[in-house]
Design a protein around this ligand. Structure first.
Ligand code: SF4
Length: 230
């Protein structure tokens, strides 16, 4: 288990909650637009797990929640133990995931070890589009299964899509919306070109009106839509 980063307090990563965020190193995808190549490649910091748990314990008076993000948390063999240890501290837990490990997600949700999940949906759920977005060959059925698990679990979850020019067009976004039709919550995240896994992705983000148009379109499929990063 490599805790590759720790944010002591954030108000942005779980709306309405004062949270801290644990960033786990390593990822099974290689999204060219990834803003945290250090985390994707597992080269971030290597923090002491017990020190992080101690901080959470000692600051429970103002910390309501812990967000576990990455990288991709589900590739860490000790994730279950980490979450179980945080659970004992009586704080809420949100998991950020790319949805490529439905069995692990099913276990965590089934054992009620997480209170909320944010699942990154990068492209329409067809192999060509998704593999291009993820930078590796993707079996989209695994992601479909994760979406079904979340849908049937009754757990709070949100879809997060980064609006990357060249990865998502308005038309492909409409296809993506068809794959998540009926979901309760979606975040459309503005693309940040400052640091990217593939240096060639140093491209201009969509202008604000394009994201606002995407959000308007998304409202026909998803109950609640927010745009972040403008
Ligand atoms: S953006 Fe892609 S490569 Fe980067 S951490 Fe998320 S899933 Fe992994």
């Amino acid at each position: 288990m490599r805790i590759a980063g720790f944010v002591k307090t954030t108000l942005q990563d779980w709306e309405g909650k004062n949270a801290c965020m644990i960033l786990l190193g390593g990822c099974n995808f290689r999204c060219p637009y990834c803003n945290r190549p250090d985390l994707a490649e597992g080269t971030g910091e290597d923090l002491d797990v017990s020190a992080v748990l101690r901080y959470i314990k000692e600051n429970r008076d103002f910390l309501e929640a812990v967000v576990i993000s990455g990288g991709e948390p589900t590739i860490n063999a000790d994730l279950y133990k980490l979450i179980a240890d945080i659970r004992k501290l009586k704080v809420k837990i949100k998991l950020d995931t790319n949805g490529y490990a439905p069995d692990i997600l099913d276990d965590l949700v089934g054992a009620k070890l997480v209170d909320k999940v944010c699942i990154n949906i990068m492209a329409p759920l067809d192999a060509v589009s998704y593999s291009k977005a993820a930078g590796v060959e993707v079996d989209v059925e695994l992601i479909r299964r994760s979406l079904r698990i979340l849908d049937e679990s009754g757990i709070a979850y949100e879809i997060r899509t980064v609006a990357v020019p060249g990865v998502i067009t308005h038309d492909s976004f409409v296809k993506l919306l068809g794959d998540v039709d009926g979901s309760k919550s979606m975040i459309i995240q503005q693309f940040d070109p400052r640091v990217t896994l593939d240096p060639k992705m140093n491209i201009k983000p969509y202008p604000t009106p394009a994201l606002v148009r995407m959000a308007e379109t998304a409202k026909g499929f998803v109950e609640r839509v927010r745009v972040r990063g403008l």
